[in-house]
Design a protein around this ligand. Sequence first.
Ligand SMILES: C[S@@+](CC[C@H](N)C(=O)[O-])C[C@H]1O[C@@H](n2cnc3c(N)ncnc32)[C@H](O)[C@@H]1O
Length: 475
Amino acid sequence: MALNKFMHPRNIYKMRPDFVKLAKTYEEFSEIAKVDVSGKVSIDFKDPNSLRILTQCLLKADFGLDIVIPEDRLVPTLPLRLNYILWIEDLMSAINKSDPIFGLDIEIFLGTGACAIYPLLAAVKNKWHMVGLETDSESLQHATYNISKNNLQNYIEVKENTTKSVLEYMFLDENSQTFEFCMCNPPFYTNIEELWESRSPARPEPKNGFTGSPHELITEGGELQFCRKIIEESKLHKDKILIFTTMVGHKFNLKELIIDLKADGIKYTTTEFCQGRVTRWGLAWTYQNYDFSKMFSPRELKPKKNVPISFSLPELNECNDNMQKLKNILQDLQIIHKVVTKRKNELVLDIEAMSNTWSNQRRKRRILKRLSGDQMKKVKNDLEIPTNEISEKIHHNTDELQKTIIDKSIDPLEGTSHNLSNSKSLENQTPAIVHGIMKINNKDKILHIEIEFINGSAGKEGLHQIVQYIKNNWK
Ligand SMILES: C[S@@+](CC[C@H](N)C(=O)[O-])C[C@H]1O[C@@H](n2cnc3c(N)ncnc32)[C@H](O)[C@@H]1O
């Protein structure tokens, strides 16, 4: 299932459902299940009846919902439906409406379908109040039946949309209620030919069987026109719904809709719904002052490439070996640094800080200021002990890696000494709090440095602090 890794992180269908358990629990599932010689249980995904039974059983097992999906209606794929609901949850939490447990939020759903799948999931999962609009009276009847079968009438109301509009119907009355969001899974196709074309033998065969009635799948102008209609109607009811959303089935249509929203200066955000081998898109827009900048698509959440920290150190007047000066600073910080590669003007060091030796510097300077007379003299004397006397190179690695480590460092303020002599034990027992790779390029006596963070409990912030310390002490 190539795209499952990009499913919403909270989607329970990221992991394939346990078919063995389903077969043991539900007789209807065991009837459609096949067991191979290795004991693996599978079903025929191309058979609409198997898909219907699988969906009904999963709704029962995972959400406690007892649903009847009519034979001639769309079988909702649960991973996709759940991806959409989870994204709405994220949007609600982005606008600080993440606490609907008391059922105070009232939502609206367009095109409820025969299962009323979205309102049912939203009600059992989040206790959201949903209003479902549907034009197909037969689907409406099924939806009403499924809602009362699960005793969720207090949460879900379904209404027959008798108008040609999409949203308008909800706001015919001036005092109509407001909603936190609307969601919609629009019919995909423009006409029956387009629908058949999508099923033509020339196209790669879909993995899942085909379900749904023409009414559910076809709309004049296809999904693009349907979504454009919602956008147009949303302009008339800007404050009646805080966030308008719709699912989009074709990437091309998503691009067109984004162009429309941009042209009108409407704030929007998008996401991808990835599941199995199918990607759909979510589009949300608002007329409110909401910040969507922290909304990310699951695919965007994958770790970003580690961008190194770059900076330069200028030539110093009284120093004729800048590279050595930099090494001295690393030594002062008790940072273990071993040479990875050494070329003419370039040196690559593996650096490891075992403890935070840079953070208290300001405090130490403050205390120094407060000290007076003899105390000050003593501390100053201690401080002025040259670095090479309080440290010594203790380790030369035979495989060409030169390791420099401070053997002993005196803390002038506490007057204690830290023994860091056993580098091996440090390496083996204590993980570095900052581990990075430092590339130093010496060009025209200016050091150009790039440090890449590898790992460590102090995080990249720790590395930034080290960089700051180096810059402050470059004099
Ligand atoms: C693709 S189906 C989605 C069904 C269900 N929500 C799901 O996701 O499985 C689209 C639904 O929108 C309904 N529909 C089409 N035009 C509509 C309109 N103007 N207002 C409300 N519902 C509409 C169709 O009858 C159909 O049930």
